[in-house]
Design a protein. Structure first.
Lengths: 268, 331
């Protein structure tokens, strides 16, 4: 049997996916357009060098990577906050809507009265969510690859580095997406799903931010998915294993738990 | 008492119970036909609690093959919960409900069911045609000819988004999708809520056709006349408990009739004294109102002693019977 539920959910979200993709292109355009005025501007680097370490960390500056260099600029402008926050936001919305949202608005009832298992609905909807998230991430990568070289924004960054940074941001978003999805599966409502995933995202970011400012407590910051992601400048330093393994493990556990709970409970 | 149903037309006889094989007809896909058991829905001690709230308690009832079984009760009596238990949308706290020889969890069983939820929610962005095609794809096919006929019958434009439709028209989409694959069991929760009288009549015709073709129907309603018109047997549900299960004809036999005897002046009602079938007796200027339970024979003979100028009888009122059940239950 074909993936009818999967295809239908993609169709449901195609408009919102298009807008998000367009937004990513616009973000890259904006970032690229500003780069020439920053490129090689030593005054900029000087200003930042004089700032306290905590403030530098907050704007995404890293040791040994000047903010005016392509990896410094891209990381500071896009990959330290903007891209992960956007992808996490998109993912939480999608994940919460997939099961929790459609159960909350009552449309899941008639679907589950059809000859489909709940596990199949979970699997196909989750698959569709991942595809949308991946498509929007891929749009970002593609836009950077297409527009970056026009202003030398990818100089000194390997294509592998770019893919690694995008992949890590995707993994971070996937974790929060799956959390929202699983809470939706467990509660049958999108409100708690959005609330839980947003709190975890904000909490994790806060822990990482505090750690960057104050040195932090390794035991606690090690728990933050943002720490796995922001540990280094992935564009030049490569992909830290934790940025992929961590989210993938957590995602797998959350998905299994969500599916298990959804199969066992009453539909609202 | 169950009303005897005519045997289905030959072209559809493959759907009848006991016959196995493959049904072709006008189906886009080939759906295997399994034998339909004599008892299509079988609830045994079916109980569902939501936390401290008792939704239904120890229900025992059967829906027999080929009949229309009406579940009647006021709002909140547990009708919808029972229906959702049949479909495995909620799980019983204790007891069981078997459907088409399996459970609502079996996909094979669900493929053979057409379901219309009481609180029907459809994705507003899709057209009626898309909604029907989507559910059809999940079930492995719809009967295109039947769908076309239903759409025409209900005067439903399949190309308008569901979100633009009125409540009644949305309900029609729900009805069409429930009937679209010619299911062996129709589970309909308040099927005609929101339909105008003309469409209610159309719905009755469609339902009769399905039953004539061999379908079994389990429907719920809080509207007595609807059940009276459609059902062979009814189960009366009150506060999660089954108060009675009876044939409509049996209930009708119990029904009370009101007879108005128009007389000149004030009549001497002593002639009705001692008749046990007279439930109540009211006299007013020029009229005597008698409410009779059971046969009216002796009442009419007794009335011969009066100077009756006109007799007005009122329809046997089933509502009285049902209210009687509720009242008995209350005391």
């Amino acid at each position: 049997m074909t993936a009818v539920v999967f295809a239908r959910f993609l169709r449901d979200t195609r408009r919102s996916m298009a807008w998000w993709a367009l937004g990513m292109v616009a973000l890259v355009l904006f970032t690229v357009a500003f780069y020439p005025s920053v490129k090689g501007n030593e005054a900029f680097d000087k200003v930042f060098e004089d700032l306290p370490q905590a403030v530098r960390a907050l704007v995404g500056a890293q040791e040994g990577v000047p903010l005016t260099s392509p990896p410094g600029y891209l990381h500071g402008r896009l990959f330290s906050v903007m891209v992960p926050v956007l992808l996490v936001t998109l993912g939480i919305g999608l994940g919460a809507r997939a099961i929790g949202g459609s159960e909350g608005d009552g449309t899941l009832e008639l679907l589950l009265a059809q000859p489909v298992t709940r596990s199949r609905v979970v699997a196909e909807r989750y698959g569709a969510v991942v595809v949308v998230l991946a498509a929007v991430s891929a749009t970002l990568t593609a836009s950077l690859l297409a527009l970056g070289p026009l202003v030398g924004l990818l100089d000194g960054i390997g294509i592998g580095g770019l893919f690694a940074a995008n992949g890590a941001a995707f993994c971070l978003a996937l974790l929060h997406t799956t959390l929202a999805f699983a809470v939706g599966c467990a509660t049958g409502r999108s409100g708690p799903a959005v609330a839980t995933a947003t709190s975890v995202a904000a909490g994790g970011y806060l822990v990482q931010g505090l750690a960057a400012v104050s040195g932090g407590v390794p035991a606690i910051e090690g728990l933050s998915p943002w720490h796995w992601y922001l540990d280094r400048n992935i564009l030049v330093d490569g992909l830290p294993p934790a940025a992929v393994i961590g989210p993938v493990l957590v995602t797998g556990l959350l998905l299994a738990a969500g599916c298990w709970l959804f199969n066992r409970r009453d539909l609202r | 008492m169950t009303v005897a149903r005519p045997e289905p037309a030959d072209s559809l006889s493959g759907r009848r119970a006991g016959k196995t094989g493959w049904r072709r007809l006008t189906w886009r896909s080939v759906v295997p036909v399994l034998p339909v058991p004599d008892i299509v829905v079988e609830a045994r001690q079916l109980t569902k609690h939501f936390g401290p709230v008792v939704a239904v308690e120890e229900l025992d009832f059967d829906v027999r093959r080929g009949e229309v079984f009406g579940f009647l009760g006021p709002n909140g009596a547990g009708k919808t919960t029972t229906i959702r238990l049949c479909l495995d949308l909620v799980r019983p706290t204790s007891g069981s409900v078997r459907v088409l020889g399996g459970t609502g969890r079996d996909l094979v069983v669900r493929r053979r069911i057409g379901y219309l939820p009481g609180d029907l929610r459809l994705d507003a962005r899709y057209t009626a045609a898309e909604v029907i095609a989507f559910f059809g794809a999940l079930r492995g096919g719809v009967d295109e000819a039947a769908v076309k006929q239903l759409l025409e019958r209900f005067d439903l434009d399949p190309n308008r988004p569901v979100g633009e439709l009125s409540t009644g028209n949305r309900r029609k989409v729900g009805i069409v999708q429930a009937f679209a694959h010619r299911p062996e069991l129709l589970i309909l929760d308040e099927p005609t809520a929101g339909l105008d009288p003309l469409l209610q009549y159309e719905f009755q015709q469609v339902l009769r056709q399905a039953v004539d073709d061999g379908a079994t129907v389990f429907l719920s309603s809080h509207i007595l006349p609807e059940v009276e018109v459609l059902a062979d047997r009814v189960g009366i549900l009150r506060r999660g408990q089954l108060v009675a299960v009876a044939g409509i004809d049996d209930l009708r036999a119990q029904a009370r009739q009101r007879i108005d005897f128009h007389v000149p002046g004030t009549a001497d009602v002593a002639v009705f004294g001692g008749l046990p079938e007279v439930v109540s007796l009211t006299t007013a200027e020029n009229v005597v109102q008698v409410v009779v339970e059971g046969s009216v024979d002796r009442v009419l003979k007794a009335a011969a002693g009066l100077e009756v100028r006109r007799i007005v009888t009122h329809e046997a009122d089933l509502e009285e019977v049902f209210l009687g059940y509720y009242r008995n239950d209350l005391t």
